[in-house]
Design a protein. Structure first.
Length: 283
């Protein structure tokens, strides 16, 4: 009987604490209001955010992401890293200080890399119209004469500068139609070196090219894929005896596995590539 009395008293005390302490605290948190920045208009990836695109609104502070952007000054003038919809809250990952518009990329070309456009020969070949500026793609080639598909090692990781419609509108210039559709692209412009440019022209005239999405995300990780591709070409320069690029082996009987090399770079398992210095990928 005594134990039951004690248990009853404890339950009453806990109920009082819940009613008069915890519940009001939760209600206060739920009722707290905070000013945040959210989208007022729909914008596409690469769009430079203007003051008219965003608004400051009061919302409940409970369960808000810790890094939600609170001030317009942190947004206006920056570029969208993805398509944004009206009503979206803004996080740092959705914005960048660097434009990925084609015109801005063109201005950074110094001669080491070039821009080249290839035709999107089929709807599927252009990732069903879903390619975005800054995507890293690998190009799958189907050669008519060989009646088979393959992925050239030289085209394993390539950066998409933009896609362009038949009317000349780049990806970042597209406007969404009233029914939610938009004009599909006819070409894709890629950032390549001279050897890649020559191959693309040859492959486009000998068969079909499909763009296979490898990575879409932060710029630093995307660059690691491109670094792996550059390292592959450095390997070819050091092994001029190679007859079949992409399938070669060195004196040890081991070739350059570009996919493994990219994964090692991303995972921090290899240092920067040094021409003439072999690496087993485990340093």
């Amino acid at each position: 009987m005594k134990n039951r009395t004690i248990i009853g008293i404890v339950c009453i005390v806990l109920a009082l604490i819940l009613t008069f302490a915890i519940a009001p605290l939760v209600n206060k948190m739920a009722e707290s209001r905070v000013d945040i920045v959210r989208m007022k208009n729909d914008v596409i990836q690469g769009h430079q955010i203007s003051d008219n695109d965003v608004e400051t609104v009061k919302v409940g502070g409970y369960n808000l992401p810790a890094n939600v952007i609170l001030k317009k000054e942190s947004v206006v003038g920056r570029f969208a890293t993805t398509d944004l919809k009206a009503g979206d809250y803004l996080l740092p990952s959705k914005l960048t200080d660097t434009s990925d518009k084609a015109a801005d990329v063109f201005r950074t070309l110094t001669g080491d890399k070039q821009a080249i456009s290839i035709t999107i020969q089929t709807f599927a070949g252009g990732l069903s119209g879903k390619l975005q500026n800054g995507d890293i793609v690998q190009l799958v080639v189907f050669e008519n004469a060989q009646t088979k598909a393959h992925i050239p090692a030289e085209l394993t990781y390539v950066k998409v500068i933009t896609t362009t419609t038949a009317n000349g509108a780049d990806k970042d210039e597209l406007t969404v139609n009233e029914d939610g559709t938009y004009e599909l692209p006819s070409t894709v412009t890629l950032l390549v070196n001279q050897a890649q440019a020559k191959l693309l022209v040859e492959y486009e005239n000998k068969g079909r090219i499909h763009a296979d999405l490898v990575y879409r995300g932060d710029e630093a990780t995307a660059q690691k894929f491109l670094d792996a591709q550059d390292d592959y070409f450095r390997y070819l320069e050091e092994h001029p005896e190679t007859d079949q690029p992409g399938e070669e082996t060195d004196e040890t009987g081991e070739g350059f596995d570009i996919v493994r090399h990219a994964n090692d770079i991303i995972n921090g398992n290899v240092p920067a590539y040094i021409p003439g210095q072999e690496s087993d990928g485990n340093e």
